[in-house]
Design a protein. Structure first.
Length: 268
């Protein structure tokens, strides 16, 4: 494997680039950066701060990784960006470092796709196989579970969580948590629109599991019970399901509250 560094790239002498790394024209690689094997950095990319990028990633033109967090309390402390393997960051993506008061790390796991103009703020944590469409933006301290999808032009409020296998429609504003397996959309404040049926089927989830999740969704978000009572009912009736246990554990852990369900019936 041959490392290919364009003659116009500015690479600090202490940066660590593994075998097979490619760095395109006019890119800047800072002192504390580490890049894994076969990762490709296109032209006009800036990677700074204490940033680690794994193997076989694609970082397209005009991406900025490891810049200081956009937070007024940040005073130049040593904080990190950690990006796993097989991630794709398209044009103009920005990923900021963490803050000491927020854990100190902004992280992406593996096989994620961040489309053009996506912004990942300080102290956010993405799982694996996450897709964020063009210009979706995350404020600080956000957590996104595996296989979640965030539609283009969506904005997510600080400290919100998006559960695994969830889907957020385009142009949505997320102010509260979206539970695992659910789909949400809405311009001012997103609401739940049922189970992410199409996404789950694409991932090979069985019809039986999907039917059960729909029953649980109706019990939680369409019944006349108070939400706490609906949660108790679901826990008593469906707790033998691993999916339901994951869903209820997510609900138990909420700090900003859970998105409300729509009154209209699901259009499926």
């Amino acid at each position: 494997m041959t490392t290919k560094l364009h003659s116009t790239a500015v690479i600090h002498g202490k940066a660590e680039l593994a075998e097979g790394v490619t760095v395109g024209p006019y890119s800047i690689i800072g002192e504390h950066v580490r890049i894994g094997r076969r990762t490709r950095i296109e032209g006009h990319v800036v990677i700074e701060g204490w940033t680690e990028i794994g193997e076989d990633c694609q970082v397209h033109s005009f991406v900025s990784i490891g810049a200081p967090p956009q937070h007024l309390q940040y005073k130049g402390e040593k904080t990190f960006v950690r990006i796993g393997n097989n991630n794709i960051l398209r044009e103009y993506v920005t990923v900021n470092r963490g803050t000491t008061f927020g854990g100190g790390v902004t992280s992406l796991e593996h096989h994620n796709v961040l489309m053009a103009y996506v912004h990942i703020a300080h102290d956010c944590h993405l799982g694996s196989h996450v897709v964020m469409a063009n210009a979706a933006s995350l404020a600080g301290h956000i957590t996104i579970g595996d296989h979640a999808i965030v539609g283009g032009l969506s904005g997510v409020h600080q400290y919100v969580r998006l559960g695994a296998y969830s889907m957020v429609g385009g142009c949505s504003a997320l102010g509260q948590d979206v539970p695992p397996f659910m789909r949400a959309a809405g311009g001012y404040r997103a609401r739940l629109f049922g189970v992410n049926t199409i996404g789950l089927k694409r991932l090979g989830v069985s019809d039986d599991r999907i039917r059960l999740l729909k029953r649980v969704y109706r019990a939680l978000f369409r019944s006349d019970l108070r939400f706490a009572d609906a949660v108790k009912q679901v826990r008593d009736e469906f707790d033998d399901s691993r999916d339901v246990r994951e869903l209820l554990a997510f609900i138990d852990g909420t700090k900003r509250g859970i998105c409300k369900g729509m009154d209209e019936r699901e259009g499926e």
